[in-house]
Design a protein around this ligand. Structure first.
Ligand code: MN
Length: 219
């Protein structure tokens, strides 16, 4: 899936960087310790699906959870970006969903294995339309809501993030060179739960363009 940055540049994101356990209440609801350093994992860009698209539940899992997340879209490349300059590298923000095969993830966690299989299926990274960063005065002061079939399932505030957007950009850039079009999914507030065939997910983050997707189980 291609995205178009506010500069007009259209590209395919080369990496999707995701943060786990960035809200204390969500870490606790899954029985996890609250980490000191950000928990980082990657998704393939083939996991992307846009607004109005369909999340496909694959046959390997019976327990796919929604995780609504603020997504920062990198506009300017950088490595070892100082935290004070980090938001200057963000071109846009979007509403995203980090879909997670919780049954597979639980098995992988027990074995101490990476989460890739639980997080990386096609369509497991829905991404809403981009809102220019210039229209988002403070990404750490946004209200996050996810409705499933019209019912509120997740409600939170980015103010509760353990690591701010700027801190996450700075930290991730110590590992990866961040490039234009890279996506940073910043973690989910509490309230994650399973989705079912036919569900309609509507995610909203303050005044950002909302994201609406439907769920279909693979035949
Ligand atoms: Mn997540």
């Amino acid at each position: 899936m291609d995205i178009t940055l506010p500069t007009g540049q259209t590209l395919t994101p080369r990496k999707i960087v995701c943060i786990g356990r960035n809200y204390a209440a969500h870490a606790r609801e899954l029985g996890n310790e609250v980490p000191e350093a950000p928990v980082v994992f990657l998704k393939p860009s083939t996991a992307l699906v846009g607004d109005g698209g369909t999340i496909v539940l694959p046959p390997q899992t019976q327990d796919v959870h929604h995780e609504v997340e603020l997504v920062a879209v990198i506009g300017r490349a950088g490595k070892n970006i100082p935290e004070a300059e980090a938001l200057g590298h963000v071109a846009a923000y979007a509403v995203g969903l980090d879909m997670t095969a919780r049954d597979l993830q639980s098995e992988l966690k027990k074995k101490g294995l990476p989460w890739t299989l639980a997080k990386g299926f096609d369509t497991f990274a829905p991404l809403g339309p981009l809102t220019p960063a210039a229209d988002v005065p403070d990404p750490d002061q946004l209200e996050v809501t996810l409705r499933v079939n019209g019912e509120v399932r997740q409600q939170g505030a980015t103010a509760a993030m353990l690591h701010s957007v700027a801190a996450l950009v700075a930290y991730c850039s110590t590992i990866f060179t961040l490039e234009p079009g890279d996506l940073l999914y910043t973690g989910t507030p509490e309230g994650v739960a399973a989705v079912q065939d036919g569900d309609v997910l509507e995610a909203q983050i303050s005044s950002l363009a909302p994201l609406r997707v439907t769920v279909r189980r693979e035949a």
